[in-house]
Write a protein that binds this ligand. Sequence first.
Ligand code: ADP
Ligand code: ASP
Ligand code: MG
Length: 417
Amino acid sequence: MSAPMKKSLVMKFGGTSVANLDRIRNVAQHVKREVEAGYDVAVVVSAMSGKTNELVAWCKDASALYDMREYDAVVASGEQVTSGLLAIALQNIGIKARSWQGWQIPILTDDAHGSARILELDGSRLMDSFSTRGEVAVIAGFQGIHEATGRLTTLGRGGSDTSAVAIAAGIGAERCDIYTDVDGVYTTDPRIVPKAKRLEKVAFEEMLEMASMGAKVLQVRSVELAMTHRVPTYVRSSFDDPADPKPGTLICGEEDIVEQQIITGIAYSKDEAQITLRRVADKPGIAAAIFVPLADANINVDMIIQVVSDDTTTTDITFTVPTADFERAKTILEGLRSTIGYATLQGANDVVKVSAIGVGMRSHAGVAARAFKSLADKGINIRAITTSEIKFSVLIDSAYTELAVRTLHSLYGLDQA
Ligand code: ADP
Ligand code: ASP
Ligand code: MG
């Protein structure tokens, strides 16, 4: 008869938490605590802070038009280093451990190099190593393998969060603990609003919107996975005393949250650029003439505003695209100028999207309207607005980012007393 299965746990440590050997030794103490509490532990590590940026810069320096498969080979290396070092640090304090690369597990992805998606993760090799060798698995985050080509892939910036949640789902872990440099998820980025409050719990749906709208504390795909696989996920601090850690913030089902606020959090994203086409012919098919070519070029259009003009023959259309696609989008549209038939194209990169998120918006009217008034009172001009069931976003000049985030944070009663 085989021994009863032990409970398992995933612990993920971000860049600042493994920034140097002292921090890695500190991580080893956190892991030791959980091993001694009786868990089979899979640890997922990021590269040392700053490392991935350096590797990305090297690729760009090597060639302006670099091969994304080689980019992945380069940038995946940061995590290889920290996984080996943490395994050594654990062995050094008497904990059995070994490192794992993405391909050894294996974590199978598609071939979208640079932002690959996990297709399949079979946790059986990891579970075998728990039961037969009692080893802590120290896994290099951020990386996987594309099976058909055998090439290394990476999961997009911040992707170690996604590795961690995927592994938690793959081994049926009791929970996934994301250790970082803040002690939980806050009502907004605590680095720009010191009055931000730590949240005890956040619903999956809200966390998904917060992450999608720019709160980089968790990668968007990690939240999607946690939500579909119902993995209880905590965001907590690696800077806590390993002997006396705090639980952090639990990301969980809405039904597990008793006291629900109307607005849970405010997020902002500078990753958006605005394009306005002036005096576009106001006739059927024009929206398609603009947006189909952009979609074909894989450019995601987010906010769209079409103004009804006085003369009824022409109109202005404003929309946003990711900053990274701004130049490409402009070039495509300039090429289509005679087909679309617009007078001028204007672009702005110095804009920011500020969003307020909360499931309470479903049952309350006028939540967004209050924001428009408060922002106007502060002299902040709104360039575009979008709303959905549990969030609304405004596009404003980036110079007003902090003022707008703070204004909305106070307006919805989120400031710490
Ligand atoms: P790691 O390297 O551990 O993955 P990240 O830098 O990716 O850490 O994410 C943690 C950072 O996310 C924090 O330092 C904080 O500045 C930022 N952040 C943005 N929005 C929030 C929020 N709502 N709550 C907590 N942190 C946030
Ligand atoms: N090291 C990678 C990055 O900086 C992945 C991660 O930290 O999650 O994006
Ligand atoms: Mg991160």
